[in-house]
Design a binder for this molecule. Sequence first.
Ligand code: GAL
Length: 649
Amino acid sequence: MKRTLGTCYYPEHWPEDIWVDDAARMADLGLSWVRIGEFAWSRLEPAQGRYDFGWLDRAIDVLGNAGLQVVLGTPTATPPRWMLDRHPDMLAVDADGRPRGFGSRRHYCFSHEGYRAEAVKITEALARRYGRNPHVAAWQTDNEYGCHDTVISFSNAARGAFRDWLARRYQSVDALNRAWGNVFWSMDYDSFDQIGLPNLTVTEPNPSHALDFRRFSSDQVAHFNGAQVDVIRRHSDAPISHNYMGRITDFDHFVTGAQMEIATWDSYPLGFLEDRVEGDDAHKRRYARQGDPDFQALHHDLYRAVGAARGGHGAGGGRWWVMEQQPGPVNWAPHNPAPLPGMVRFWTWEAFAHGAECVSYFRWRQAPFAQEQYHAGLLRPDSVEAPGYAEAAQVAAELVAMPQVETAQAPVAIVFDYTSVWAWEVQPQGQGCDYFRLVLDIYRGCRKLGLSIDILPAATVDLSGYKLVLIPGLVALPEALKDAVAQAEGTVILGPRTNAKTAELAVPLPLPPNIPGIDVTISRVETFRADMPQMVAGGGAVTLWREHLETSERVLEAAAADGTPLMVGNGKTHYLGGWPDPVFLARILTRAAKTEGLATQTLPQDIRIRQSGPTRFVFNHGPAPVDFEGQVIPPAGVVWSGSLGTGAL
Ligand code: GAL
């Protein structure tokens, strides 16, 4: 697959007489793609039913004539002000019952049918007009579903739709009462019409109620997206995508992924380090100008899997892009430093090493007005090149020399499940017990040993080809995945908290984890403060979460204090009853990898490796040069060798 570059452009922000020059400069820089339109609703339909497509026609022509391919976004993340007069109750409502206001973006409620119809209407108008336009080579629906905490809405529209959703799911209210355990605290309902949303309760709501509301909210996103996709498909053969975000997990991306050809995501490594990665001050200082060494990579691997959701998981994964790549300081994190020189190029190559088809920089030119004035672009507001420009130009030149990066199935798989994110959030059992954090810890542990990883959805039915499969925290294992575990060729490590609950979030009987082929029962669960590690006999500790295991199986790891089992194994199926710290995790992984004949190495702190088909990439994420395998790799350095030849910075 040929790798390409792109940028995000807002022709409606700039005088028309500079478009031609902008387009020529983009092409000259070596960009192939330009995404436009995703926030332009007020200029496309200035008043209800009055369309103005003239400027967009001309913008697409200008860009297309310069040789660029256009990704056209539907503008539904930014309903214009007049929409609110037509649909005063379209606003999403927060958990305290307050409607969210107009004046930024994403203020709509996914359950509002009137708004959904308006979104379909503008999408249809765009698809009709541009569906066969030769320059429109891809589509994007909306923009970053879920960003700014916008999936969950406690509106009247959501309540009505939730009741219908529950009636479909449970058929009878008695079945719902049984499934939720509503006899507890006299919470029984007589009809679906009595059921409210799980906010404003005196203390925590019934977790089954809360989890179903999370499932429903996720389904509403898929319903909203699916409506746009259907309309676009009627008028266009171009691939459809959506730009997902970092650590936004309020809807099931594998479900929306199955609706579209390409998954894309928006990668802001420095912003994410500041506001979405757990880590102490030293970690945040060390990587302030580079970003967390594993956070972006995890998302690359996740979205490769989301991109595969439509066509199944092929050896190299699915089609995916970085739609928005940070090109300099952003404006929205607690602190917004500039990237280390070389980092923009580094992030671009990191994405390609994980299989991205395209990396597109956000944004072409820094906007001197409105919310993102200090957010860098490739150009400054005065159109002079910003530092990211030269780095993009360098990648463009490198891609001319070697445009192909292959991907192949990785030796290690980690299963990731959105329902489990919600289940842990609904019932964390202890502060800091967060599913995404657990998965990131396990992912990081694998990466520190030099391993390359595929992320798989819980709907996976075949684990063949993987030497090591990790299934941490997946709260309710689907039957097909249980079968796949039983038939796996490699070692499978499940736990902690894997298959711990029923689909309704109750404790099952017999007690969990009920994993075929391994005799282990969790007799009780403890959670701890992060500064209370529970030492493990062989070294390291479990933190935050510990399960007490009854077993007749071989004990692989035991508590230092009393020798009680922490990890047990039967053949290739292992169960881990706690949240491992890095030392404990490294031992578990190294042992399993060794059994499977999978080579590991303990990498220097800042080095990460990605084996991309026949090419091996080495990345130095640190602030200082690192001596690695006989080479000195500078900060922000990328070294590769293999089928792409040998390259270095
Ligand atoms: C993204 C968003 C863009 C822009 C950018 C700033 O989340 O899609 O529109 O706001 O962040 O970093």
